[in-house]
Every structure is written in C-alpha cells, then in structure tokens.
Ligand binder design. Structure first.
Ligand code: ARG
Length: 263
C-alpha cells in the first residue's frame, strides 16, 4: 500500500524543493528587488496646502513633502499620482495604489479596510462662513445649509448634527467645490480640516469669511495608509516617519506650510 504512493510522494517532494529553490533564487538579492519596486502613491491634488498641482502639473504641498521625505529615509522608490479623494480608498483596495497620503484621519471604520502608519499630523474640524453670519458654534448650524467634502470626517460630523442623509448637508467631491458654493451662497457654512480651511480664508482676504473653532470637535490624526495586511510596507513607512521626526525634517516641513497654525 505504502509503496504505491512512494513515486507520487517523491514527485511532490521534488516539486516543492524546486519551488523553494525558485523562491530562493528570486530572493537572493532582496535589496535589488526592493530598490526596483516602484510604489504608487495616491494623493488628492485638490487640497492645498497639503497637495495641489503647480503650473508644471506636479503635485506639491505638505503631504507631498512628507511622503517624499519618508520614502527617502525608508529607501522606497515612489510615484505620486493625483487621485480624487472619493476614489482613494477603492484604488488602494483594488491594488491601483500601494500607499495613500491625503490628510486621511485615522479612525476605526477605516481601520477595517486599511492599515495606518503612526500619525504625521494633528488636525481638527473648523467651520468657515461669511463674516456677517450669526453662527457662533457648531450647534448653530442645525437650521442651516452645511457644505462638506463627501465621505470625510466633516461629512460625518455634519450628519451627526442634523441626521443621516439630511438634505441640509450638501456634499461635494472636493473642497474647492464646497468653497465655491460657500462663495456663491449655496451653503451657509463649510466644515473642513483646519489646514485647508485656514488656507482658503488666507487666500481670499477680500471676501470676508470668518472661522469658527468649536471646542467640541475632537483632535484628528492623519496617517499614511496601506492595504490591510501589508505589514512590511507599513513598517518601512513607520521607520521613515520615525527618522523624519527625529532629525527635524518633519518640523521643517511643518513650518514651511503652517508657520502660524494653531489648534
Ligand atoms: N481628514 C479628513 C478625513 O479624513 C478630510 C480628508 C480630506 N482630504 C482630502 N485630501 N480631500 O476625512
């Protein structure tokens, strides 16, 4: 009985040995393999000052500088591709992007579908409205039209205030579109991350907008995302982040964009 299986067993053994040998060969120079891998990074380029396109159509901004510095320290070759925010998470899940850096707030819901690096930025929501508005706090928005970028933490906050799918929340694909609607009077206020809201007000000095900083908004932490389970890449990114925090690179990049930002 046993002997009848011997040839098959030997064959199976030989096959697995061959596979192992093959693998060994491929990995015999892991450094070269890693160096040749180009990681595709997704970033929403309609989000100044974190990521926007310059005249040469290159992405520039805080997130872009952070990503390049991290990749540099981690020895990762990267290509950053402008990817609208609403398509980012799907692109990661599908394998079209290996890494996302896009002011993505780390939260439990997102942790179910992606893994996050250590935080690289602390943020919070701010409300921007016309200076003439009577609004003093978040609660005051209850009876008003609120503009948000869809599927963001601002969207979630607005829905928590006025109820899921309430028609008083207007969702936009990008922050510039939400701001445009505010300028046109189609919404009474826009909620968004502090960095992007402050940047908008600073760049529209003649238009008389005002910011409300409501203490009930929690602090948010931005993380770089990888596909769930990609521990190897995540470890490299965390290693790079650790280094840019330790050697002052991160502070330097922060000061370049947010010299006078207060939370
Ligand atoms: N931090 C917020 C969030 O994670 C807003 C992100 C929007 N970012 C962007 N690049 N459009 O929901």
């Amino acid at each position: 009985m046993k002997q009848r299986y011997l040839p098959a067993l030997t064959l199976a053994l030989l096959c697995s040995l061959a596979v192992l040998a093959g693998c060994g060969k491929k990995d015999s120079n892991p450094a070269a393999t890693a160096a040749n891998t180009e990681y595709v990074v997704g970033a929403d380029g309609a989000y100044a000052p974190f990521a926007s396109e310059n005249e040469q159509k290159e992405l520039v901004g805080f997130d872009i500088d952070i990503m390049k510095a991290v990749a540099d320290k981690a020895g990762l070759k990267i290509r950053i591709v402008n990817t609208p925010f609403d398509g980012l998470f799907n692109a990661l899940a599908q394998g079209d992007r290996d890494i996302l850096i896009s002011t993505i707030t780390i939260n439990d819901q997102r942790r179910q579908t992606m893994d996050f690096s250590e935080p690289y930025f602390v943020a919070k929501q701010l409300i921007v409205l016309p200076s003439s508005s009577k609004v003093a706090k978040f609660e005051d928005l209850k009876a008003l039209k609120i503009g948000v970028q869809s599927a963001t933490t601002a969207d979630e906050a607005a829905q928590n205030l006025v109820g899921k799918n309430s028609p008083s929340v207007k969702r936009f694909e990008s922050m510039p579109l939400a701001f445009q609607e505010l300028e046109g009077g189609g919404v009474d206020a826009v909620i968004g991350d502090n960095g992007v809201v402050t940047n908008f007000v600073k760049n529209n000095p003649g238009k008389s907008f005002r910011i409300v900083n409501d203490p009930t908004f929690p602090k948010e932490y931005y993380g770089i995302a990888v596909k769930k389970g990609n521990a190897e890449l995540l470890a490299k990114l965390n290693h790079g982040l650790e280094q840019i925090k330790a050697d002052g690179t991160q502070d330097r990049i922060y000061k370049k964009y947010f010299a006078d930002e207060k939370l």
